[in-house]
Structures are given as structure tokens and as C-alpha cells.
Design a protein around this ligand. Structure first.
Ligand code: 13P
Length: 255
């Protein structure tokens, strides 16, 4: 039996997207460390831009309350890929790498296949993937939310060894809820989480479960209800992670 992350603490991840210089990142980390509980009930993860990773790691100074990840990587380990960053380059700085965020899928044209190659590269580098999935507004209107979530989860995880699936986290982020102030209801989040758990159970013959996060306009005010949705074990936070008080409030809501 592989380790079962589902039974571990909830994961609260802050995706800073394209925000924060290294100096600004240091300030945010300092402020956050001052506002987190001495022993948060959640695992806390920061996903700064590549250029601030080293500053964040330095500023954390080994504080075990907070882990660090990257927002993306290239699927090859090295080569002539101008402007790209590989998983082995991230390994000295990070524990986690986010793959398949909807802004990568929809603004940068990343297919399920490319996302999967990135996830494989993250695993090969010894890092922990966070696979983001979620439907667009049009897909939701067309009634294919669960089919999209299932397709993206399956494309990301099918064929992995059971132990590899156990190292993954899956974030359900409905695209229409990202940065819009509109959130899915806890029932919506639970329905998507159920699809992901079913896919994982099938692909791992019931051997492992993964943590499923909800993302999309999470705030300190709505975090507790979203985090209590059945099958949801954490949050992937965008805008509110850029403010130490708000992000710390979301971490506290996970306790
Ligand atoms: P917001 O929390 O700003 O809606 O962003 C969510 C997100 O995309 C996190 O990855």
C-alpha cells in the first residue's frame, strides 16, 4: 500500500501567477509567516513565479510550515527550448509543480497530452505534481462538466504506476470561477471531486486516494464551506494568496 495523501492534512496552495518581484515576494513571505499559526492544521504551499522561487526559499529559511512549488515546467529535462524551465532545474528549489492550470491550457494552448508530458517530467524529477482540471463556462452550459473533469483527470493519470498516482494532487478549478468572484457551490465542488476520486480509484484499483483541491475565487469568507465539501481536501488560491492576511485566513479556515 502506498502512502495515502488523502488522510494527510488539507493542502492550501497559493498560486501567485505573474505577480511579485523577488523583493515583493520576500515581503509577502515575511508577512505571511507572521500571520500563520505556530502549527497550522493545513499544509501550506506557495507557488511564486520562477524568478521569485529562490527569494521565497531563502526568506522561509527552512520554516517547515510552508512548502514551495512552481506554477509550470517544460516537459523535456533540457534542450533548445528558449525561455523554458525544466523540472530538474526546479528540483533544488521546490517540492511541488502545478501542471495544467487553465491559464496554461486555454491561454497558452496546452493540450491534455502536453499537460501529461509535464506531469511525467515532474514525477521523473522527484517532485510532486498538482494537476489542475476544470470546465469552461461554455462546457458547463453544455452540461459536460463531469465529462471534461473526467477526461482531464484520466489523461493526466492513466497509465501511471500506483505509487506515482499516490504522489499526485488534483485541483478542480472551474474556469468560470477563476478571478471572477463567482465560486462553485460546495455541491459543485463535491460532484467534481467525486469524479476525480472515482477515476483515481479505477486507475489505482482502489489502492490510493489523492487530495482533491478546489480553486476559483476562494476567500477567507467562503473557504470553510468550500473546504467542507465532501471529497475536497484543500484549496488552490489565486488572488487572495497575494495578501498575507487573506491567505492566512484561508489557511486558518482549513483547521
Ligand atoms: P482566483 O482565486 O483568483 O480565482 O484564482 C484561482 C486560481 O486560478 C488558482 O490557481
Amino acid at each position: 500500500m502506498t502512502p495515502d495523501p488523502w488522510r494527510k492534512a488539507p493542502l492550501i496552495a497559493g498560486n501567485w501567477k505573474m505577480h511579485k518581484t523577488p523583493a515583493e515576494a520576500r515581503g509577502l513571505v515575511r508577512s505571511l509567516l507572521g500571520q500563520l499559526a505556530a502549527e497550522p492544521a493545513a499544509e501550506v504551499l506557495l507557488l511564486p513565479p520562477f524568478t521569485a522561487l529562490e527569494a521565497v526559499v531563502e526568506e522561509l529559511g527552512g520554516d517547515t510550515r510552508v512548502r514551495v512549488g512552481a506554477q509550470n515546467c517544460h516537459h523535456e529535462a533540457a534542450g533548445a527550448f528558449t525561455g523554458e524551465i525544466s523540472a530538474p532545474m526546479l528540483a533544488p528549489l521546490c517540492d511541488y509543480v502545478l501542471v495544467g492550470h487553465s491559464e496554461r491550457r486555454h491561454l497558452m494552448g496546452e493540450s491534455d497530452n502536453v499537460v501529461r508530458r509535464k506531469l511525467d517530467a515532474v514525477l521523473v524529477a522527484g517532485l510532486l505534481p498538482v494537476l489542475a482540471v476544470g470546465e469552461t463556462a461554455a462546457e458547463r452550459s453544455a452540461g459536460v462538466t463531469e465529462a471534461v473533469v473526467e477526461r482531464q483527470a484520466r489523461a493526466g493519470l492513466e497509465g501511471l504506476a500506483i505509487g506515482e498516482i499516490g504522489r499526485c494532487t488534483v485541483a478542480y478549478e472551474p474556469v468560470w470561477a477563476i478571478g471572477t468572484g463567482a465560486t462553485a457551490t460546495p455541491d459543485d465542488a463535491a460532484a467534481a471531486a467525486a469524479v476525480i476520486h472515482r477515476v483515481v480509484a479505477e486507475l489505482s484499483s482502489g489502492e490510493v486516494e489523492v487530495r482533491v483541491l478546489y480553486g476559483g475565487s476562494v476567500t477567507p469568507a467562503n473557504a470553510a464551506s468550500l473546504l467542507s465539501a465532501p471529497g475536497v481536501r484543500g484549496a488552490l488560491v489565486g488572488g487572495a494568496s497575494l495578501r498575507a492576511d487573506e491567505f492566512a485566513g484561508i489557511v486558518a479556515a482549513a483547521g
